[in-house]
Ligand binder design. Structure first.
Ligand code: TYD
Length: 400
């Protein structure tokens, strides 16, 4: 195939087989399940990592069930990001900030006291309605050039456009960047946050690969992408959230002088994102799959009960690649009401409320939300369940 950033030919890295989109939870076990190829490929020229096959965004997001969990670590992350944006002068008290893919408005709500005005744009109708109801003004649309123009007409140009965990979620990031540029003032900034490919690769996080994640950005590929739109990198900021994320700060090319952090990241990527490291990553994914499958089958054989914890998109990739199903893991705990009562795609594991893990504690939890390990373990122990063990699948299979 070809790179959707720079159009050079791509090479396959890891084929996870035909899978249903990870957030298409089923209402009944028998519901028909459409599957699509799930394969990671990379571009040697600009070091972009992307999915070979992309499902249309219109199908993936209109009735999206993903609603950002309320979690202490996420709250902390938002605060640190707001502090960073204020300290670097990216936001000022009179700034107008537009966020695309703003979900329930959690980040904008934290930002609002520090800026003049905030506006969210999110295509998931139910979720945008929830944001509006909570006081974060949100337009229920995809962020396009037309929507950007309508915003300018009504509210003026934005000093900052934010795209957190959404730029990688479309077959082409180009229209979103066109829309961001259309909305921004001459001196405005664009802040993009995503899972960081260097961490995904270095930590063997193959379960970050699912249909919604159509790109796995690194500083090298982001620089190429921005350059095509007359934008340049000003700074990058790494954080541990979601298994390793990166914030890219960009401005119009003539006004963007890259910081040392940008240069340092590019140096790290020159040895961390290479043909050899990517093939080692694929081998490690297969090793994790085999180790997890053997462990779970042994435990089931020994009569131990297992529940998954966190109906994450990652969990769906993990279970389906590992070939584990409701036969071994009948239930998955999750606090998201919209997911409860539904079944994880393909594995048919039923999602149940978290209190199940207290009233009917299993022998083992498979931590499919391993990115929230510390707070989930603490929550379970605090609620009085001292006996269930946790199987943490990533970066390598471990039991605690
Ligand atoms: P997330 O890690 O954002 O996953 P992904 O991007 O892979 O879908 O989702 C975390 C899921 O875990 C979400 O469905 C909410 C759930 N969750 C709980 O049920 N309880 C908790 O205490 C936490 C932190 C998360």
């Amino acid at each position: 195939m070809t790179c959707r950033i720079c159009e050079a030919p791509t090479e396959s890295v890891l084929d996870l087989g035909a899978c249903p989109p990870a957030n298409w939870l089923k209402r009944t076990v028998d519901e028909e399940q459409e599957t699509f190829p799930l394969e990671l490929e990379w571009c040697r020229r600009c070091t972009n990592l992307q999915l070979t096959y992309t499902v249309a965004a219109e199908r993936l997001y209109r009735h999206y069930l993903y609603s950002t969990p309320r979690s202490p670590s996420l709250g902390r992350h938002y605060r640190e990001l707001v502090d960073y944006l204020a300290a670097t002068g990216v936001i000022r008290p009179d700034a107008f900030v537009v966020e695309m893919g703003s979900n329930t408005g959690g980040f904008l709500a934290k930002l609002a006291p520090h800026v003049g005005r905030v506006l969210g744009v999110d295509p998931a109708q139910e979720i945008a309605a929830e944001a509006n109801a909570s006081g974060v003004p949100t337009i229920p649309e995809f962020f396009t050039v037309d929507v950007a123009r309508a915003i300018i007409d009504e509210a003026g140009r934005a000093d900052l456009v934010v795209a957190r965990h959404c730029l990688a979620h479309n077959a082409s990031p180009h229209p979103m960047l066109d829309a961001a540029l259309a909305a921004l003032t001459e001196d405005g900034h664009l802040v993009i946050e995503n899972a960081y490919a260097l961490d995904t690769i270095a930590r063997g996080e193959f379960d970050q690969i699912y249909h919604e994640h159509m790109f796995y950005f690194c500083v090298g590929s982001m620089r190429t992408l921005l350059d095509r739109h007359g934008l340049g990198l000003v700074d990058v900021r790494h954080s541990a959230i979601h298994g390793g994320s990166i914030v890219f700060v960009a401005a119009r090319a003539g006004k963007a002088k890259p910081s040392d952090a940008v240069e340092n990241a590019l140096r790290a990527e020159s040895t961390g994102i290479t043909h050899d490291s990517l093939y080692a990553f694929a081998d490690r994914a297969r090793a994790t799959r085999d180790a997890l499958r053997s462990l779970v089958l042994e435990l089931v054989e020994a009569g131990r009960s297992i529940m998954a914890y966190g109906a994450t998109a990652k969990g769906t990739t993990l279970l389906n690649f590992t070939g584990l199903t409701a036969n071994e893991i009948p239930y998955c705990l999750d606090g998201t009401e919209a997911k409860q009562g539904r079944f994880l795609p393909m594995s048919n594991v039923q999602v149940v409320p978290e209190h199940f893990g207290i009233t009917k504690p299993p022998d083992e939890f498979l931590l499919t939300a391993w990115n929230y390990e510390a707070e989930i373990v603490e929550k379970v122990r605090r609620a009085g369940n001292a006996r269930s063990r946790f199987i943490v699948p990533i970066p390598e299979v471990r039991v605690r």
